[in-house]
Design a protein. Structure first.
Length: 637
C-alpha cells in the first residue's frame, strides 16, 4: 500500500477527531462562561462553586516545589459540590459595582477542608496581588489543561513519522493489521476459560489487544493477572484509566497482588489507601529529601536578598542549583527503579515526572469511557496497548450534542473491536447476577453469550421471590416535570411511590435482617433532580433512616462499577407522546439493570417507554420471566 495514501488517511481520520474535540471544547467553555456571567455570587456559593468573602493565610512550597497559598472563608454549612482537589479556580474582586476578575491569576485546589482551602498558584507574586484585594473571592474556573493536553497528543499522532507512534497510529486507523506472536499457552487454573484466553491473548499481542468485560465478568481480576504475567517478561508497565476512581481501583487490586505501584496524580484526589504509593509521598520519604528541602529554602533566601548579584552569591547560587538538580535526578531515579507499575489517569500520563519515560506495555482500564484524544496521550509513550472495558456500558461524557452526533463519543476501543474482532476476547461468565436478571442484557447487548456462574444463577432474596419486577404506572397518570435551570427531569409521584414500595420491601425483609445480613440496596434514576428528591424522601422516612448505611442513591453514572443485592430504578419519563430523551442512551440503561445481584425493580410508565423497542422488549421479558404489576388508581370510597 502506498505510504503517502496511508499518511493521508491517518491525517483525515485524526484531523476529524481534532475538529470534533474543538467543537466540544468551545461548547463547554462558552457554556461555563455564560453560566458564570448570569449566575450571582450568592447562587454560586449555594451551588458550591464559589467562596466569598475569603482571606489569605500562610503560604509555603510543597514537596514538589509548587507555591501554595492558604485561603479561609467564614464558617459555612454549605457542602461544596464542585470545589474539590484538582479543580481550577480563579480570583475576583467584588468591591466594585460588578465582579472584576484579577488578572490572569488562576490556581489549582490541592486541599479543601470545610472552611479552609489550599491553592497552588503560579508564583509568590500572585499572593502579593491577592493580599491587596479587600473584597476577595474565589470561584471555579474553566480548566483548559486537559483539552490542551489532548490537542497536543492528537497533533503528535498526526505528525509522527518513522517511529513506533506512527506504526501504532497506522494500526489504530486501520492501515496495518495488529500482530500476535505464537506463544506456548500459559495455564491459569484460578481463572475461567474466557479469562484465561484473554490473558493469553494479551501476552501474545505485539500491538493491540482488547479484553471485553461485560458486567460482573471479572474484568479487573483478568486485567490484574495480565499485568502480573506481563511483568514476568517486562521490567515496568503503565496502567491508565479515564478517572481517578478507576485508576485507584485497579491500583489497589495490583497492590493486593503484591505488585509495586507508583500512583501519579494529585494526592488529594487519590484514595487514602493509596497515599503512600503516590509520587509525592515517596518523594518526601526519600532519605535525601531533607537536604533537598533545605537547599531549595536556602536558594530562595539568596535570590530574594539585595546582594544576590555579588560574585560570591552568584557562585553559591550556581553550586546550590547544581546540587538541587543532582538530588532531584537521584530521588526520581530511585522512586522509578523501585516501581513495577506506574498508574495514572490518561491525562495524568502527561505529568512532568513522566516526560521522558517510555514503557513497552500500556493497559487502559475502562477504555470504553475514554475519548480517543485522551488515549493518544499515553500511547505516545509505549510500544503496545491493551484495552479493557465494555463499549455497551457507559460512554465518554460529551456535552455538545453536535459533537456527540458526529461520533466524538465513539471510542478507540469500540472502533478497534469492530474493525479487528480477532483481537477481542469476550469474558462470558458473570459472577454477579441471578440468571433472570442477566439474561435480557445478554440477549440484547452480547448476542446471548453471557452465562451466569452456578454460584449466582439461582440466588434470590427468598425462594418465593421474583428476581425481576416492573411496576407499571401508566394508569396512575404520573407526569414528569422539567427544571428550567438544569433541564433535568423529575417525577415526584413516581418517587413517592418508589419510597412506599421500598418501605414495604424493608418491612417484609425486616430492618434487623437487612442490617444483620448486610443486604445492600441501590436506588438509581437517570435524572439528577429525581435523585435529589428521592434522597429527600428517604431522609424523611424513619424506617429507611434505620438502615441508611445499607442504602445508596445515585444516577446511573454514579453506579458504574458497583453492585447491590437489590436495585430499584425510577425511570421518571411519563408523557403522552412517548418521548424518552436521555433514556435513549441504552448503554446507560445496560449499566442500571445489571447492578442487581438478587432483585431488580423497575418503576415506569410502560405506555411512554414502550415506544422504544428496547423498553418494549424489556417489559415483555419481565412479564414472561418475572412479574409485572399494572398499578391502578384507588377509587374514592
Amino acid at each position: 500500500m502506498n505510504n503517502n495514501n496511508n499518511a493521508g488517511f491517518n491525517a483525515l481520520s485524526l484531523l476529524r477527531q481534532q475538529e470534533l474535540l474543538k467543537i466540544e471544547y468551545e461548547f463547554e467553555k462558552e457554556s461555563f462562561i455564560e453560566q458564570t456571567k448570569k449566575t450571582s455570587i450568592e447562587s454560586n456559593i449555594r451551588k458550591g462553586r464559589c467562596w466569598y468573602p475569603v482571606r489569605i493565610g500562610r503560604s509555603f512550597y510543597n514537596s514538589v516545589n509548587q507555591y501554595v497559598i492558604e485561603i479561609f472563608r467564614n464558617p459555612s454549612e454549605i457542602e461544596d459540590s464542585e470545589l474539590e482537589p484538582g479543580r481550577s479556580v480563579c480570583f475576583f474582586d467584588n468591591g466594585t459595582s460588578e465582579r472584576k476578575y484579577i488578572g490572569n491569576i488562576t490556581g489549582t485546589i490541592s486541599l479543601i477542608d470545610e472552611n479552609r482551602m489550599l491553592v497552588v498558584v503560579p508564583s509568590e507574586s500572585a499572593k502579593t496581588t491577592l493580599m491587596n484585594v479587600d473584597s476577595l473571592g474565589v470561584q471555579l474556573y474553566f480548566d483548559e489543561t486537559s483539552y490542551k493536553t489532548m490537542f497536543g497528543a492528537l497533533t503528535r499522532a498526526i505528525n509522527a513519522k518513522n517511529n513506533r507512534l506512527s506504526e501504532l497510529r497506522d494500526i489504530i486507523c486501520g492501515n496495518l493489521k495488529p500482530r500476535f506472536r505464537t506463544e506456548f499457552p500459559v495455564r491459569f487454573p484460578w481463572l475461567n476459560k474466557s479469562q484465561e484466553k484473554a490473558v493469553q491473548k494479551v501476552l501474545s499481542a505485539l500491538d493491540i489487544s482488547i479484553v471485553h468485560g461485560p458486567p460482573g465478568t471479572g474484568k479487573t481480576t483478568t486485567l490484574v493477572e495480565a499485568v502480573y504475567e506481563t511483568l514476568r517478561r517486562e521490567e515496568q508497565v503503565m496502567v491508565c484509566a479515564q478517572s481517578n476512581a478507576a485508576v485507584d481501583w485497579i491500583a489497589e487490586k495490583l497492590i493486593e497482588r503484591g505488585i509495586s505501584v507508583l500512583r501519579i496524580g494529585n494526592p488529594l484526589k487519590v484514595n487514602d489507601a493509596l497515599l503512600n504509593a503516590t509520587y509525592e509521598r515517596r518523594y518526601e520519604a526519600h532519605s535525601d529529601y531533607h537536604e533537598l528541602w533545605s537547599l531549595r529554602k536556602n536558594l530562595r533566601e539568596i535570590l530574594s536578598s539585595k546582594d544576590r548579584n555579588e560574585p560570591s552569591k552568584q557562585n553559591r547560587i550556581y553550586k546550590i542549583r547544581n546540587r538541587i538538580t543532582e538530588l532531584e535526578i537521584k530521588i526520581d531515579g530511585d522512586i522509578f527503579s523501585e516501581t513495577k507499575v506506574v498508574a495514572c489517569t490518561l491525562v495524568g500520563s502527561a505529568n512532568r515526572v513522566l516526560e521522558r519515560k517510555h514503557f513497552n506495555s500500556l493497559f487502559i482500564d475502562e477504555a470504553a469511557q475514554a475519548l480517543d484524544a485522551a488515549c493518544w496521550i499515553p500511547i505516545s509513550k509505549i510500544n503496545r496497548v491493551v484495552f479493557a472495558g465494555d463499549h455497551f456500558q457507559l460512554p465518554p461524557t460529551v456535552k455538545c450534542l453536535e459533537a456527540k452526533n458526529e461520533g466524538l463519543d465513539v471510542t478507540m476501543m469500540e472502533k478497534l473491536a469492530v474493525k479487528y474482532p480477532d483481537i477481542v476476547t469476550l469474558l462470558n461468565i458473570q459472577y454477579r447476577m441471578n440468571s433472570d436478571i442477566m439474561q435480557f442484557s445478554s440477549q440484547w447487548f452480547y448476542k446471548g453469550d453471557l452465562k451466569a456462574d452456578p454460584s449466582v444463577s439461582a440466588r434470590t432474596l427468598s425462594a418465593l421471590d421474583y428476581p425481576i419486577e416492573w411496576y407499571d404506572t401508566r394508569n396512575l397518570e404520573f407526569k414528569e416535570e422539567q427544571n428550567s435551570d438544569t433541564l433535568s427531569r423529575i417525577n415526584k409521584d413516581e418517587a413517592e411511590l418508589l419510597i412506599n414500595l421500598f418501605e414495604n420491601l424493608v418491612e417484609t425483609l425486616t430492618p434487623e435482617k437487612i442490617r444483620e445480613e448486610n443486604i445492600d440496596i441501590g436506588i438509581i434514576s437517570p435524572y439528577k433532580n429525581q435523585i435529589s428528591y428521592i434522597r429527600h424522601l428517604v431522609k424523611r422516612s424513619k424506617l429507611l433512616r434505620s438502615i441508611k448505611r445499607n442504602i445508596s442513591i445515585n444516577t446511573v453514572d454514579g453506579f458504574q462499577g458497583q453492585e447491590k443485592d437489590i436495585i430499584m430504578i425510577s425511570m421518571v419519563r411519563g408523557n403522552d407522546n412517548g418521548k424518552i430523551g436521555f433514556l435513549n442512551d441504552l448503554r446507560r440503561m445496560n449499566v442500571a439493570i445489571t447492578r442487581a445481584r438478587m432483585k431488580l425493580i423497575i418503576l415506569g410508565d410502560a405506555e411512554t417507554l414502550n415506544h422504544h423497542p428496547f423498553y418494549r422488549k424489556l417489559y415483555e421479558y419481565i412479564k414472561e420471566n418475572g412479574k409485572v404489576t399494572e398499578l391502578e388508581k384507588v377509587k374514592p370510597g
